[in-house]
Design a protein around this ligand. Sequence first.
Ligand SMILES: [Zn+2]
Length: 273
Amino acid sequence: MKKMLKTLLTLCAAAFLALTSITAANAAAAAPAAPTLQQMYGTLAKHTRLCDAIQARISGNTLTIDVYVNFRGSYNRKLEGATHAELAKRGFRLWAGSYTGNRWDFEPGMKFNVKVNIYDIYNGNDRKPAQNYFDFVCLKGKGRGYTNFYVGYWDRTLLGTKRGFIYNKNYTNGAIIMYEGLNNRYTANQYVKVSAHELGHVLGLGDRYNKGLPSTQECPRGKYYAQGDIMDSHGRVTPNNIEMFLEAYRTNRYQAYVNSHLPEVKSRAIRSY
Ligand SMILES: [Zn+2]
């Protein structure tokens, strides 16, 4: 009897173990799947006009960004074998790629893709009717480039028009004015990176550098961004940059890293400090 009881107990234990593993397996299978980009942000259709110079749409886990750009100036000048226009487009495409969410951006472990389509015209030729194109102006010589709108007054619906608060009436709202370097001539790689950074402004993101960004929950001691953010001086496009773009796109508000003189307002995508 004692032996039988022991066997029974062992069997029960085994059954219990089996049961727990089945339960664990079920729990894993039943755990809610990470939401798709489309479930989180919608398709973006209600924010998009077909004449806009920057258009975006989401399908499943793919975000597609359409860029309508008009190259002007010395865009055919070559640098390390590529024209300035080619390097600029290479820079725009740095926003494309595969991204993984983390605890601060999107959902942890969530994977999604960004595609960038570039519709480029030159000196205004072959423009699609009723389509806005922002200027990319290639200038010879050294100088500080800029994006042609006043910080905080970014308005996606005005990009590629001559309306809104702009520095230079010769160029469109959101024009990227690009010189060949600030102190020294850019290398091809620098030209690409600066173009990607300036596109970030056209997409509605502020500058990361020189902001004295305090330590944030998202960015303790500045480490996370310091490892690379295209809106800083030397960086790459991060999930946070994509999150800021989506916020800019949906709210039509410029996304700054810190609160500054109004209307420059800290992005909701920059977590609390
Ligand atoms: Zn900048």
